[in-house]
Ligand binder design. Structure first.
Ligand code: SAM
Length: 235
């Protein structure tokens, strides 16, 4: 992968960055995403934020090499602290991290999202936490995508700032309201795998000398929820 050849995952993230936006890519690593978008004239400019020195230097180097230093600024900073009011950022991408870390980044400097209209988030795991954060912090999911790459599934959650986000059920928060409705083959395969994995964990737990009844009950509930969803979508 490089800035001219994004992975399927990052290319899908890129699709949901609105044309002409001022983007902050938090946890940018090599800055491939903002560089790709700037080279194609899709963004007006923005910030490539990185908390680790090595990746930050990679980002800086990539931006300079592509002659984009006038449009994209690399900043060594923790999370949203990479954003200044004078950047006029309207879109934030956080991709390739766990959902818990994404939520932590968004929560700890929430005030820096004041002018932000769109969030494009790609948690590697823990998507449910991210949906819960969006619903309770004034961001409405507008679409969700699921893509597969190198044997991994990745969910991409796109949300816009609204006065009153829709309230989702526990099932929608877990499976994704859009992914549930659209239930494409990647979604079905993901949850079939998750079902098999959870059944395996249950069998292991049940074979213990002292069976932890609470854990068994929780796993059984989880299995039932996945079975119900898969049955409903005809899988
Ligand atoms: N966003 C790129 C992508 O999706 O391909 C890179 C993902 S890489 C796996 C995660 C990056 O996030 C790492 O470079 C890491 O240093 C950075 N990171 C982790 N926590 C961060 C934080 N609190 N603030 C900024 N960057 C962070």
């Amino acid at each position: 992968m490089d800035a001219d050849h994004l992975s399927v995952r990052l290319a899908t993230v890129a699709e949901y960055v609105p044309a002409g936006s001022r983007l902050a890519d938090i946890g940018t690593d090599h800055a491939y995403l903002p560089v790709n978008l700037a080279k194609r004239g899709k963004i007006a400019g923005g910030v490539a934020g990185e908390v680790v020195k090595g990746p930050f230097e990679n980002a800086q180097h990539e931006i300079e090499r592509e002659g984009l230093s006038d449009r994209i600024t690399a900043r060594l900073a923790n999370g949203l602290q990479a954003i200044k009011a004078s950047d006029h950022i309207d879109t934030v991408v956080i991709a390739g991290m766990g959902g818990t870390l994404i939520v932590q980044i968004l929560t700890q400097d929430f005030n820096r999202l004041a002018g932000v209209k769109r969030l494009v988030l790609q948690p590697n795991v823990g998507e449910q936490n991210v949906r819960q954060f969006l619903m309770t912090h004034g961001f409405q999911l507008v679409t969700e995508q699921i893509v597969t790459e190198d044997g991994h599934d990745y969910e991409i959650l796109v949300a816009d700032k609204v006065a009153q986000p829709e309230r989702y059920t526990a099932e929608q928060l877990r499976f994704g309201p859009y992914l549930l409705t659209e239930h494409n083959a990647i979604f079905i395969a993901k949850w079939q795998r998750e079902l098999a994995r959870t059944r395996q964990v249950l069998a292991q737990v049940q074979s213990a000398k002292v069976v932890p009844t609470e854990k068994v009950a929780a796993l059984e509930t989880e299995i039932k929820e996945i079975e119900e969803v898969l049955q409903r979508v005809g899988a």
